[in-house]
Design a protein around this ligand. Structure first.
Ligand code: NAD
Ligand code: IPM
Ligand code: MN
Length: 368
């Protein structure tokens, strides 16, 4: 198995968590004798300062020639003076556009051993396993026109969705729902927005091709309340770009911390994998960030891009087993217990070791 992975560590905690994801992928590679190659390239605020753009041409070139992309995070207050296309976040949007990945899968899973790490009641979050399918290349993020008026007295963005954009992401969500619990909630704001009414109409039409999937529509405001009130009620959730951004950070509370959630952006030329969190400027440089979102993204890479299902399962089992043994980064602990927290590196190393153990026992099982 040969794979060139473009590694884009980015800003803040990005490089810290990405290092651990690469450590785990290397462990899989070395154990299984694959040929994974890792090539680092700059992205984000640091790249913008050094090369004039947050997604410089040489990074684009690398990405377009890679088999998959592993990203850390971009941004931070030190880059606040950068404007327009020089902003770190503009680099991330350009990367997503270059990859063409329109479906962003954000699983929010509550592992049993960390159910008590959530500020929500453990009995409510235990067993929750929600797959958010966020549209990634449309809506307010990309709609034109957008501007702050020359006179500086008003600003506007445009929410726009074409039928084709809705249809392609809806099909990804229906396919997933069909393979999971056969329920799908499509979240919108159809009581107010034309784009949402059109979204609903289009999703209803696609639903006819998936008669076994039970489709429900929900308004985003009450859904935001319901999803943390009864997380176990939901399975696959489909929504547009901005709602998906907000709802997935909210859903991370179910998993115990924003640092826990991975993501896979698929459907385009190149698949992109990144934790859902940002550069976490408040903890950057301290070696305490939770790398599980990044490592989980590496597991998603193994599953979606390389179809190494068993290896992906082993990485996820390793995450679960290390948590079960009580290893916790600071974000998973209440403030008075943070002196017991492990570092980013320790968490990554233990997960890499547990992955090798899981791969080993799998081999032993298949040998008998
Ligand atoms: P953030 O996600 O960076 O952090 C929010 C809170 O969660 C912080 O308290 C942070 O310490 C904590 N946190 C985040 N990741 C963590 C981890 N792995 N382990 C432990 N704690 C973690 O959001 P923000 O502070 O609103 O944004 C900071 C910057 O990141 C902004 O410039 C923003 O644009 C950018 N951002 C980038 C991405 C991305 O690159 N994909 C995503 C979101 C935000
Ligand atoms: C995310 C981030 C990005 C988004 C920003 C940094 C462009 O919040 O990946 O969730 O809004 O998509
Ligand atoms: Mn976000």
């Amino acid at each position: 198995m040969k794979l060139n992975i473009a590694v884009l560590p980015g800003d803040g905690v990005g490089p810290e968590v990405t290092r651990e994801a690469v450590r785990v992928l290397r462990a899989v590679n070395d154990f299984c004798g694959y040929d994974f190659r890792f090539e680092e390239s700059p992205i984000g605020g640091g790249a913008s300062v050094e090369f004039g753009l947050p997604f410089p041409p040489h990074t684009r070139e690398r990405v377009l020639n890679a088999g998959a992309v592993l990203l850390g995070a971009v941004g931070g207050p030190q880059f606040d003076s950068l404007t327009g296309e020089r902003r770190p976040e503009a680099g991330l949007l350009a990367l997503r556009q270059a990859c063409g990945c329109f479906a962003n899968l954000r699983p929010a899973i509550c592992y049993e051993s960390v159910a008590n790490c959530s500020p929500l009641r453990p009995e409510r979050v235990k067993g929750a396993n929600i797959m958010i399918v966020r549209e990634l290349l449309g809506g307010l993020y990309f709609g034109e026109p957008r501007a702050i008026d020359a006179a500086g007295k008003q600003a506007y963005n445009t929410m726009r969705y074409s039928e084709a954009e809705i249809e392609r992401v809806a099909r990804v969500a229906f396919e997933l729902a069909d393979r999971r619990k056969k329920t799908l909630v499509s979240v919108d704001k159809a009581n107010v927005l034309e784009t949402s009414r059109y979204w609903r109409q289009t999703v209803n039409r696609i639903a006819k091709d998936y008669p076994e999937v039970k489709l429900e529509h929900a308004l985003v405001d009450s859904f935001a309340m319901n999803v943390i009130t009864w997380p176990t009620r939901y399975d696959v959730v489909l929504t547009e770009n901005l709602f998906g951004d907000i709802l997935s950070d909210e859903a991370s509370v179910i998993a115990g911390s924003l640092g826990m959630l991975p993501s896979a952006s698929v459907g385009g030329k190149i698949d992109l994998y990144e934790p859902i969190h940002g550069s976490a400027p408040d903890i950057a440089g301290k070696g305490i960030a939770n790398p599980i979102g990044a490592i989980g993204s590496a597991a998603m890479l193994l599953r979606h891009t390389t179809k190494l299902f068993a290896e992906a399962d082993c990485v996820e089992a390793a995450i679960e087993s290390v948590l079960k043994k009580g290893l916790r980064t600071a974000d998973l602990l209440p403030p008075d217990q943070r002196s017991k927290a492990c570092s980013t590196e320790e968490m990554g190393t233990r997960i890499a070791e547990a992955t090798v153990e899981a791969l080993n026992s799998r081999m032993a099982y298949h040998a008998v």
